[in-house]
Design a protein around this ligand. Structure first.
Ligand code: HEM
Ligand SMILES: Nc1nc2c(c(=O)[nH]1)N[C@H]1C(S)=C(S)[C@@H](COP(=O)(O)O)O[C@H]1N2
Ligand SMILES: [Mo]
Length: 472
């Protein structure tokens, strides 16, 4: 048989590739049998320079198995630009055990969820089910995982709480349940990226293409974070700026856990209702939602409600985690990936006022007669929604929707309001249904997406617009 055409690329051994682990020595990686010099890409990497450097000198596959965002054609195209060589033919092929699926231990999920990525698992509640019940059923509650779900043995689980002067509190699950009063809070959790897909229609953004279902409401039960912090020796007040940092038991291949922080004042405030939750809607916390213990920070972006909680520490600085420092921040529409400076913007905490239409769905054909429009409305920081306005003609004329459910204590409106409007609609009409909510501080939603567009697609809360056709 004819010999295969010889490659125009030089050949390297794995050992030679392994000498290129830092920008000074150049940064090389392998993928399959190809060798790449990615030195010039390190600082441009959307996932951060530190993450990319974890793979320096070796194979990308085990890392990319964990961050499936790379399994897209545009990522391989980008990588191809950096090809400088190939592995010697006598190098063994990549060790299959190194690419063993880190998600193999994830829990089973309800097939009714709308999946936006499988590894890590991210899925939302289908819009038409969102407002069928005030409390979202656990099996249908949206899931936002950045990493594989850790397997935690409830018997040997310990929560590490770092107290003042180096004292450490180590709490088993039964101690957390028995030593602190159980407190229950009904709170809505919303991902910063909820409704991102509307933003990417204006201009592409980086992130999962969430529709309107990266939000849900549950009755959470657990110990108050306040009680645990006071028990550990902290006081109600603390001079200066302090933060309470949380670490999850889910970690990336470099060992960095998921982490986030909230200001100290919120953590110790009785009125802020921050929980170390072990129950969700009266059941044990499900694995996807943080079993055995998660933080629930009512009124604050979902990213701070750290799941699979392993460690709590008080610090003068915010959490050093990637997700506190270099993600979950808002920017001007003029900021792009070349000019973005994450240190210039504050981490998102309280979310802005939000509402969306769950019924009918965009593009639906509805019968003439009486139309029922349904949706949810919520605002961050415990600000209650005082009104939802609905238009059937793109915002020219408005009606006020009726709000279901109870009014909450002032400043502690942690849960959404479901709303409904019934209106006659004529046969053959083309409607653009619009909703917008008003919160206690008279904050309103912006009318269009363009002026709030940002490169990461967070904080997407423009008027929700749903075009429908009325049949004849
Ligand atoms: C030369 C090697 C690499 C290249 C060319 C590369 C390329 C990329 C690209 C293009 C994206 C954006 C994808 C998108 O949102 O469409 C991305 C995101 C990311 N990458 Fe990499 N990557 C590399 C290595 C790594 C390694 C080794 C890790 C982890 C150890 C990593 C972790 C991440 C993370 C965490 C994100 C952000 C995902 C998100 O949007 O939440 N990358 N990478
Ligand atoms: N440990 C850990 N906690 C986490 C996350 C994570 O990936 N790991 N994701 C965060 C984000 S971005 C959101 S929106 C919420 C989602 O909570 P849920 O999956 O229970 O809906 O969890 C937060 N807590
Ligand atoms: Mo999120």
């Amino acid at each position: 048989a004819p010999a295969p055409p010889s490659s125009r690329y030089p050949r390297y051994t794995r050992e030679e590739v392994g000498r290129h682990r830092s920008p000074q020595d150049r940064v090389w990686v392998t993928h399959g049998t190809d060798v790449f010099d990615v030195t010039d890409f390190v600082e441009l990497h959307p996932g951060g320079a530190e993450k990319l450097l974890l793979a320096a000198g070796g194979a990308l596959e085990p890392f990319w198995a964990l961050y499936a965002v790379h399994n897209q054609p545009h990522v391989l195209e980008l990588l191809r630009e950096f090809k400088v060589g190939e592995l010697s033919p006598d190098e063994a092929p990549p060790d299959p055990s190194a690419a063993q699926d880190p998600f193999a231990g994830d829990p089973p999920r309800h097939p009714g969820l709308r999946i936006s990525s499988r590894k890590p698992f991210n899925a939302e509640t289908p819009a038409e089910l969102l407002t069928e019940r005030f409390l979202t059923p656990n099996e249908l509650f949206f899931t936002r995982n950045h990493l594989p779900v850790p397997a935690v043995d409830p018997g040997s689980y310990r929560l590490r709480v770092e107290g003042p002067e180096g004292r450490v509190l180590s709490l088993s699950l039964s101690e957390l349940r028995s030593r602190f009063p159980k407190h229950e809070v009904t709170a809505t959790l919303q991902c910063a990226g909820n409704r991102r897909s509307e933003m990417s229609r204006v201009r592409p953004v980086k992130g999962l293409a969430w529709d309107i279902g990266a939000i849900g409401t549950a009755r959470w039960g657990g110990a108050r974070l306040r009680d645990v912090l006071l028990h550990a020796g902290f006081g109600e007040e603390r001079d200066g700026e302090w933060h309470v940092c949380f670490e999850g038991l889910d970690a990336d291949p470099g060992g960095a856990p998921y982490g986030a922080s909230i200001p100290y004042g919120r953590a110790v405030s009785a009125g802020a209702d921050v929980l170390l939750a072990y129950e969700m809607n009266g059941e044990e916390l499900p694995r996807d939602h943080g079993f055995p213990v998660r933080v629930v920070v009512p009124g604050v972006v979902g990213a701070r409600s750290v799941k699979w909680l392993g460690r709590v520490a008080v610090s003068a600085a915010e959490s050093p985690s990637h997700w506190q420092q270099n993600d979950y921040k808002g920017f001007s529409p003029c900021v792009d990936w070349d000019s973005v400076d994450y240190s210039s913007a504050p981490a998102i905490q309280e979310l802005p006022v939000q509402s969306a239409i769950t019924h009918p769905r965009p593009g639906a054909a509805v019968p003439p007669g009486e139309l029922t429009v349904k949706g949810y409305a919520w605002s961050g920081g415990g600000r209650d929604v005082v009104r939802v306005d609905v238009s059937l003609d793109g915002g020219r004329t408005w009606s006020v929707a009726s709000l279901a459910g109870e009014r909450a204590a002032p400043g502690r409106a942690w849960a959404w309001r479901l709303w409904e409007l019934r209106a006659p609609v004529p046969a053959g009409a083309q409607l653009e249904i619009v909703c917008k909510a008003v919160d206690r501080s008279y904050n309103v939603q912006p009318d269009t997406v363009g002026p709030i567009w940002n490169l990461r697609g967070v904080l997407s809360n423009a008027w929700h617009r749903v075009p429908v056709t009325v049949t004849r």
